[in-house]
Design a protein around this ligand. Structure first.
Ligand code: TXA
Ligand code: MG
Length: 327
């Protein structure tokens, strides 16, 4: 059930979490599907609802950086610097887990993912949950496993319907793309998933480059080749390739749905055309809503114009590659 994120409803959500139920809430990145991180049965419900394999860890959302010590047994100095600079905000840190953190949360790994969200509704929910002795909300993105993430309350309802007790509606998520995930192997910082926070911003604070991968680095589900994927076959095409394919399209042909940001719609095009925002942050904010809307058309194919090469498009390129990988 979708309800507005009023104080009363946030309190209700906190009570439901305490009682072992699932609630969905907005964050600045995407909607999360939350459960009491200290209740293994409740976390189990998350995996069942998402149809997510049990060995994929979930992020624990905490109210403030000071709470990290409950979940992590060590916080390398680099991680402390990142937390100081970017929490609350769209950064997830993967840290060695503390004793007592359930395998249900960590997927059996020796690490735990932590994030302090900045969205006022997420913050208020964490505060209300703390008043009921709750210490962290385990929350993956509120979508079925492998599918397109949810950036509105309606997206969450479309995926889960009546399966979850409550969906707090806080409007569309401001970033629209998931948090950036950084793991630490000793003091080496490793980028596990590009996201709403740029690599440049992280490196400025760290004072050194992020590693892109290290043998034995923790696994992350968002790293699977196929993820964030529409059901409709989708192709990622460079701008000239898209323009050529459009010029050669037989009319009347198959129903093609296009997501473009610089290529113009040909006058005789008979499919469905979406013009995406041309600015990177606006593009990201609308990305999942656009992919969901394109998928709902049940077209024969979705053609997506590849985004530009610049670093500001890193996370968008990553998501589009995974959305269109047929492997
Ligand atoms: O922006 C976000 O991060 C959103 C909002 C709701 O906070 N959450 C999110 O969760 O994207 P999810 O579960 O869809 O993706 C989290 C990723 C997964 O790929 C998971 O494998 C990885 O984080 N992860 C979580 N804990 C981990 C750990 N201990 N070690 C390695 N990867 C971990
Ligand atoms: Mg996800």
């Amino acid at each position: 059930m979708i309800v507005p994120a009023t104080t009363e409803n946030i309190e209700r959500a906190a009570r439901l979490l305490r009682d072992g139920e699932l609630v969905s809430f907005p964050t600045e990145t995407v909607y999360g599907l939350g459960a009491n991180a200290r209740n293994a049965a409740a976390v189990g419900k998350l995996f069942a609802a998402k149809k997510r394999p049990a060995d994929h860890p979930v992020i624990v959302h905490i109210a403030e950086a000071a709470a990290a010590a409950r979940w992590a047994r060590a916080i390398p100095s680099g991680a402390q610097a990142l937390a100081r600079a970017f929490w609350p905000g769209p950064l997830t840190l993967i840290l060695p887990r503390a004793q007592g953190v359930s395998d249900a949360v960590t997927g059996g790994q020796d690490s735990v993912g932590l994030r302090v969200p900045s969205h006022p509704v997420a913050q208020a929910l964490l505060a209300q949950f703390a008043q009921r002795d709750g210490h962290g909300i385990a929350a993956p993105s509120a979508n079925r496993f492998g599918r397109i993430s949810a950036t509105t309350a309606q997206h969450v309802a479309d995926d889960f319907g009546a399966e979850i007790a409550l969906i707090l509606d806080g409007g569309p998520c401001p970033h629209g793309i998931e948090s950036t995930i950084v793991a630490f192997a000793g003091d080496t910082a490793i980028l596990l998933r590009p996201g709403a926070l740029s690599v440049e911003a992280l490196e400025r604070v760290l004072g050194r480059p992020l590693s892109s991968s290290v043998a034995g680095a923790p696994r992350a589900a968002g790293m699977l080749a196929t993820h964030y994927a529409p059901r409709t076959p989708a192709r990622l095409m460079r701008s000239p390739e898209l323009a050529d394919a459009l010029a050669q399209l037989a009319q009347p042909g198959a129903h093609i749905a296009v997501l473009a940001h610089s290529v113009a719609q040909p006058p005789d095009f008979e499919g469905t055309w979406f013009d995406a925002p041309t600015h990177d942050t606006a593009y990201a904010q609308k990305l999942y809503a656009n992919l969901r809307a394109l998928d709902a058309l049940a077209a024969d194919e979705i053609w997506i114009e590849a985004p530009p090469d610049g670093p500001e498009w890193h996370a968008v390129r990553d998501r589009l590659r995974r959305a269109t990988d047929r492997a």
